[in-house]
Design a protein around this ligand. Structure first.
Ligand SMILES: O=P(O)(O)OC[C@H]1O[C@H](OP(=O)(O)OP(=O)(O)O)[C@H](O)[C@@H]1O
Ligand SMILES: Nc1nc2[nH]cnc2c(=O)[nH]1
Length: 182
């Protein structure tokens, strides 16, 4: 949490519940079945973009029946703020992606800078294909060209959201639902 960050309690008091825990659990179970159908038995590299994707990734992995190899990257461009800036890489992939199918897992596709950069990095490391799985996608016209989610759970209005892995000034990541600031 940054030194003078607004409090989570104040944010929650003035936030709207968008998706409940039960809705998200059933959405993620459905995504798992879709991903199994596309993988068709192939062991993909399940590459989590830390740290917002942590909670979604854990649940999604349990919903996928195909065996997977796990790795993670840590890339951030919001750094506890509610507006993004340049992308900072804190950890690159540890396993070889050469010739592999990568299932890139993130909590949110907003403007797309993060997933585009990580997807392009996977391809430059020789990944044969990169499939993108996101818990949520924001609806607006600021999405960068050339990135989309192959498996997306829910759609969001163009407002700052938190919960289910997503932070409000580094707070609220473990809230079991998605909220939006009004
Ligand atoms: O589509 P974009 O506009 O690039 O935004 C999406 C990214 O923003 C969040 O990460 P953030 O930089 O907040 O770091 P975090 O995962 O540690 O919360 C989220 O986890 C995505 O990776
Ligand atoms: N917590 C959070 N992280 C984001 N990263 C990109 N958009 C958002 C958002 O609305 N909320």
């Amino acid at each position: 949490m940054t030194k003078h960050a607004p409090t989570l309690t104040a944010a929650l008091a003035d936030a709207e519940l968008l998706y409940s825990h039960a809705e998200l659990e059933s959405t993620i179970a459905h995504l798992g079945r879709e991903i199994d159908a596309v993988l068709d038995g192939e062991c993909a590299v399940f590459l989590t973009v830390m740290q917002g994707a942590l909670i979604f990734a854990g649940q999604l992995a349990l919903a996928i029946r195909t065996d997977l190899e796990f790795d993670y990257v840590h890339a951030t461009r919001y750094r506890g703020e509610t507006k993004g800036s340049e992308l900072h890489w804190l950890r690159e992939p540890g396993v070889s992606l050469e010739g592999r199918t990568v299932l890139l897992v993130d909590d949110i596709l907003d403007e797309g800078h993060t997933l585009k950069a990580v997807r392009d990095d996977c391809l430059s490391r020789g990944a044969r294909r990169v499939l993108v799985a996101t818990l949520c996608t924001k609806r607006h016209d600021r999405l960068v060209e050339g990135i989309a989610s192959d498996f997306n759970g829910v759609e969001l209005p163009d407002r700052y959201v938190f919960g289910y892995g997503m932070d409000y000034h580094e707070q609220g990541r473990n809230l079991p639902a998605i909220y939006a600031l009004k």
